[in-house]
Design a protein around this ligand. Structure first.
Ligand SMILES: Nc1ncnc2c1ncn2[C@@H]1O[C@H](COP(=O)(O)OP(=O)(O)OP(=O)(O)O)[C@@H](O)[C@H]1O
Length: 506
């Protein structure tokens, strides 16, 4: 029988027990106080901003009373609301992002240990990796820890994770789907950081659901970063065109042509100044590219023989440039109006080869192989769009350093386009909805990093405006050369007076 049962049976506490109970109560109260102080100090260190704000609020309440505190809070809220209306960009940058981080940081930090355990991101004593439980007891030191939380203000939160010995970023990436479910997010993706750490990106809403408007092309064209659309985190999506080749793969209706038109829009200033040239091949009989005919220096959409000749002519340009580079001792082509950077756009490679007879197909293969292997240093970029990466590009895939995977039919195609580990790294191109054409996953050249992006959409009017703009500027340049009279173009106008894609001043 226990001591307490015996007391209950006796009905009374003995008088000897009272000092002992009082002593025990004092000791427990002291221990509780120590724990409260430790918890407060820990909160101050872990959540300094939140704890600081709470302390200021408590101090205000104690010194000035609740009325003053309420008035202060209302004044702050009104001030922020006015700021938001007056200048939403700076509000988002300086207030919204910080407020969100302030709120979400404790949320993730408090929930994370439980989530990490539930998705098995824990290394147990004596265990290497996530392969099983050795040694019995769970060690909290062996779990993935949150070092930093950042809300982007664009529907994505970023968690900087510290990995315990035995786990690598690929282990976290392998659990990304489970983490997304556990945190109530749409999807999760992992980005590398320095050794022992990685960033976990949690998308709370689909920021790419809306159509991205065409991006105005301003200033000089930078072929290292041509604007083509928007990234999931609200930043611009830019594609490198200099010194690389680009492959765009996507099922029918995935929005491949929006990438091509956005690229054309992005380099339109170079087309106007003629230090960038487009050579285009549209084997679908001109369905995609013919509206832009006036933008292209060379264009073929009729017979496979003509398209093949275009590619062979480009190989001749490449050979001549290689020779010039070798003679001058230079290693890289510098673009000028006399020797422009040439972008060869090939829409639907499979159609190009499907209807050609065997000898033409062989010539196309040879020309394409030469351009892909030797064109980059000579200022030639091949941009190819394909529907079926398996059938169309299996032999050439690795010669395209930059690849864009739009909506694809199955995970095997995702691996074909972006590489074997891409889907594990978060590139779920086979899950892109048919309702969001233009959405894609991109692997940046030379990195494992995957971006989720959406190309800007140029409708027929926007394409007509693009063509008009370039032809007008070219005509103006030609007039200037002929008459010697300077002609004012939109490029000469101050930024605020330049036309927007909608046609009005910016
Ligand atoms: N970036 C985009 N944003 C919004 N809508 C788009 C975008 N791209 C395409 N669309 C819409 O999807 C339709 C199909 O797109 P598109 O013709 O570019 O697909 P595709 O991949 O080139 O298909 P195909 O291989 O059959 O030519 C377009 O008519 C347009 O309405």
């Amino acid at each position: 029988m226990s001591h307490r049962d015996r007391n209950r049976q006796e009905g009374l506490l003995g008088s000897d027990d009272i000092p002992a109970i009082a002593l025990e109560a004092i000791l427990w109260s002291g221990w509780g106080l120590v724990r409260a102080v430790v918890a407060t100090l820990t909160a101050l260190v872990r959540f300094p901003l939140q704890a600081g704000a709470a302390l200021v609020a408590i101090g205000w309440l104690l010194f000035f009373g609740w009325r003053s505190l309420s008035l202060g809070l209302v004044a702050i809220t009104l001030g922020l609301a006015v700021w938001r209306l007056w200048h939403p960009t700076s509000y988002r940058r300086y207030v919204a992002v910080r407020l969100l981080t302030l709120i979400r940081s404790p949320y993730y930090r408090v929930r994370w240990p439980r989530i990490a355990r539930s998705v098995d991101l824990v290394v147990y004593p004596g265990q290497r990796g996530r392969s099983g439980r050795v040694g019995g007891r769970r060690s909290t030191d062996g779990s993935v820890r949150v070092l930093r939380v950042r809300a982007t203000g664009h529907g994505t939160d970023r968690l900087l994770l510290r990995l315990p010995n035995g786990l690598v970023p690929a282990d976290v990436a392998a659990r990304a789907e489970a983490i997304a479910h556990a945190t109530g997010c749409l999807h999760a993706r992992v980005r590398a950081d320095r050794p022992g750490r990685c960033w976990l990106e949690l998308a709370r809403r689909d920021t790419l659901r809306g159509v991205v408007d065409p991006l105005p092309s301003m200033g000089l064209v930078d072929l290292a970063a041509v604007p083509v659309g928007a990234c999931e985190d609200g930043t611009g999506w830019q594609l490198k065109l200099a010194g690389t080749h680009l492959l765009v793969a996507g099922a029918t209706g995935a929005g491949k042509s929006s990438v091509l038109w956005s690229l054309l829009q992005g380099v339109s200033r170079g087309l106007a100044s003629e230090d960038v040239q487009i050579w285009a091949v549209d084997p679908k009989g001109g369905m995609e590219l013919r509206p832009g005919r006036a933008l292209f220096s060379r264009y073929e959409d009729a017979s496979p023989e003509d398209m093949c000749r275009l590619l062979e002519d480009l190989v001749e340009v490449k050979d001549a440039r290689s020779k010039d580079l070798a003679d001058s001792g230079a290693r890289l082509h510098q673009r000028t109006a006399e020797s422009p950077h040439i972008i060869a756009i090939l829409d639907e490679l499979a159609t190009l080869t499907a209807f050609a007879d065997r000898s033409v197909t062989r010539r196309i293969d040879t020309a394409l192989g030469l351009l892909l292997t030797q064109g980059r240093a000579c200022g030639i970029t091949v941009v190819a769009a394909v529907q079926d990466p398996g059938k169309d590009i299996v032999g050439w895939r690795d010669l395209f350093p930059t690849r864009v995977a739009m909506r694809l039919d199955n995970p095997v195609q995702v691996a074909m386009v972006l590489g074997d580990s891409a889907r594990d790294d978060g590139a779920r191109a086979d899950e892109i909805s048919e309702l969001t054409p233009g959405v894609a996953y991109v692997r940046t050249d030379g990195t494992r990093e995957i971006l989720r992006v959406r190309a800007a959409y140029l409708d027929d009017q926007a394409i007509a405006r693009l063509v008009d703009g370039v032809t007008t500027q070219r005509a103006n340049r030609t007039n200037t050369h002929k008459t010697g009279e300077p002609v004012l173009t939109t490029a000469d106008l101050p930024a605020t007076m330049r036309p927007t894609p909608e046609g009005g001043p910016s």
